[in-house]
Write a protein that binds this ligand. Structure first.
Ligand SMILES: NC(=O)c1ccc[n+]([C@@H]2O[C@H](COP(=O)([O-])OP(=O)(O)OC[C@H]3O[C@@H](n4cnc5c(N)ncnc54)[C@H](OP(=O)(O)O)[C@@H]3O)[C@@H](O)[C@H]2O)c1
Length: 258
């Protein structure tokens, strides 16, 4: 019997990461789930076990420098068929007032760890002639984001890196896909303290739909996947409107509704 393929998903204790893991399990993947919260990971693993997947968990704070290497060391010689770089979070508020400690950890998780895990696992995929990398960015990647300036910049980095790598690995059997969800119903908004922003109040997409579209796109080897028509329109708007107007439009959308 052929061995089942393996996916490693960061930020898999809840939200989009857990939904992506669930979608992959339904397609026959075994899983390694990574996040800080061991209880959340155990609950996720128990649910996924019921769908027939073999699931291992690694409790790790990815904001601590060296975490990406520690994760790859724990994976050892395992062949990773799909790497999902999903772990991420945001801070909300004027740049002059937001907390640097939180923001530097955000850069570590959203940017550094995503880059380092890809760097460490991509060569092994290329050597085997197959593999999928799915990096989770955001529609925020397409524009500057006043009131979430560092978060938007971090996601612009993820999109830029992903599109470049997609081109570099063409013909190797490996693909790199960047998933760009818009506001999605998870714990993300509460954690960022942005529940009252107009953008969030204007509606949130269902996380299982985002995950299905994301996994389909990654397995099909697409360069960029934007789930939902509203998000596709948002992503293309910066190309249609003079660039100097975009920061004002985004700032207005990010303001509190009341
Ligand atoms: N929800 C949205 O509206 C939205 C829109 C666009 C893009 N995204 C992106 O989607 C990704 C997932 O977000 P989400 O909405 O699912 O948020 P979420 O519900 O808050 O989940 C975030 C996940 O990342 C993990 N995580 C956070 N910090 C971590 C750390 N230091 N070390 C290890 N794991 C960590 C969390 O687990 P622990 O707390 O257990 O560590 C959790 O599993 C993020 O990259 C986010 O930027 C979200």
């Amino acid at each position: 019997m052929a061995a089942r393929p393996l996916a490693v998903v960061t930020g898999a204790s809840g939200g989009i990461g857990l939904a992506l893991a669930t979608e992959l399990a339904s397609r026959g993947y075994d899983l390694v789930l990574v996040a800080r919260n061991q209880e959340g990971l155990d609950r996720a693993a128990a649910d996924l076990n019921r769908s027939g997947a073999q699931v291992a968990t690694i409790a790790l704070d990815l904001s601590v420098p060296g975490a990406a290497k520690a994760l790859v060391d724990q994976l050892g010689e395992l062949d990773v068929d799909v790497l999902v770089n999903n772990a991420g979070f945001a801070t909300y508020g004027p740049f002059a007032e937001t907390d640097w400690d939180a923001e530097s950890r955000m850069i570590e998780v959203n940017v550094i760890v995503l880059t380092e895990l890809t760097k460490r696992l991509l060569p092994r995929m290329i050597a085997r002639g197959r593999g999928r990398v799915l990096n989770v960015a955001s529609t925020a990647a397409f524009m500057p984001g006043p009131l979430m300036a560092v978060y938007y910049a971090s996601k612009a980095y993820v999109l830029s890196l992903g599109e470049a790598l997609h081109e570099e690995v063409k013909g190797t059997g490996v693909t790199v896909t960047t998933l760009c969800p818009g506001p999605t119903k998870t714990g993300f908004q509460n954690r960022a303290g942005m529940q009252e922003s107009k953008l969030v109040q204007s509606g949130l997409m269902d996380v299982t739909v985002v995950a299905r579209i994301g996994v389909e796109g990654a397995l099909a080897g697409k360069p960029v996947v934007i789930p939902g028509l509203k998000n596709k329109v948002q992503a293309v708007t910066p190309k249609l409107v003079p660039r100097k107007l975009i920061p004002g439009i985004v700032k207005n959308a990010q303001k509190k509704a009341h």
